[in-house]
Write a protein that binds this ligand. Structure first.
Ligand SMILES: C[S@@+](CC[C@H](N)C(=O)[O-])C[C@H]1O[C@@H](n2cnc3c(N)ncnc32)[C@H](O)[C@@H]1O
Length: 241
């Protein structure tokens, strides 16, 4: 059992995750662009395509942070509505001007919500998404149960997350990159190297594609598949109710 006072490297706890994201909120977008060389935009666009929203889709974005996945859906997928949620208000504040500048058909709203305990009725949404958020949840199983509960029959939970490149040589370079670049770049931008050390550790501690799919099946999703992007550095899991 890991206590909140002294969690093991890479293990998310509510206090640790809230502290990190409230601190790095103002630099988060810049860090994302620099650390992924802008490829994160491509990952988000591909996630929209794989999620297949239509103009009637009612969507929920969990752990939405500064709103980049929410906005990719609004711009490219044009669903009827997206509720963009996170449990760190400072992250959502960075996303609000992006939604204010948006000129399109999708209604975008924001709400402070814990992704492990959703304050919504059963079967309310067509698509639930989470981008680079699942890794930060202390109770992933609770989140999967809740996503399943609030989805309509036939609805989809779409998870964009760092994963495990199947090719050993890619994995080796990727882990080297995580160990050296992420903490140093993050430390440079925010002065808070330990937070980025946690991000590095949490990526390495996260289950690989098949193990995550199996957790989703256990939570009750009837059909689960995944798509590797950039050699499996990230994967998009699609779990159907
Ligand atoms: C790496 S950021 C991802 C933000 C955004 N989805 C993206 O694609 O850039 C992770 C986000 O998860 C949020 N988060 C972590 N645990 C959460 C929880 N239990 N409930 C809601 N949000 C959570 C953090 O506050 C943070 O904004």
């Amino acid at each position: 059992m890991v206590s909140d006072e002294n969690p093991a490297p890479g293990v998310p706890t509510t206090d640790r995750v809230k502290d990190i994201f409230s601190l790095i909120a103002p630099s988060y977008d810049l860090f994302n662009i620099l650390s992924s060389f802008g490829i994160d935009r491509l990952w988000r666009r591909t996630t929209v395509r794989l999620a297949r929203p239509d103009h009637k889709s009612v969507m929920l974005d969990l752990a939405a942070g500064t709103g980049d996945l929410t906005m990719a859906f609004a711009r490219l997928g044009k669903p009827a509505s997206i509720l963009s949620t996170d449990f760190v208000p400072e992250m959502l504040e960075v996303g609000k001007p992006k939604a204010a500048a948006y000129r399109g058909p999708t209604k975008i709203a924001f709400e402070v919500v814990d992704a492990q305990d959703l304050p919504f009725d059963d079967a309310r949404f067509d698509i639930v998404t989470i981008g680079f958020g699942v890794r930060n949840l202390p109770d992933r199983a609770a989140n999967f149960r809740e996503a399943h509960r609030v989805l309509k029959p036939g609805g989809r939970y779409v998870i964009l997350e760092f994963s495990r490149p199947p090719m050993p040589i890619v994995r080796w370079f990727y882990h080297l990159y995580l160990r050296i670049v992420i903490p140093n770049l993050g430390g440079l931008l925010t002065g808070d190297k330990p937070s980025f050390q946690y991000l590095n550790d949490s990526i390495r501690a996260f289950p690989a594609q098949l193990a995550l799919a199996s957790e989703l099946h256990t939570a009750g999703f009837r059909k689960v598949n995944w798509h590797n992007l950039t050699f499996g550095v990230v994967a998009v899991h699609i779990a159907e109710v």
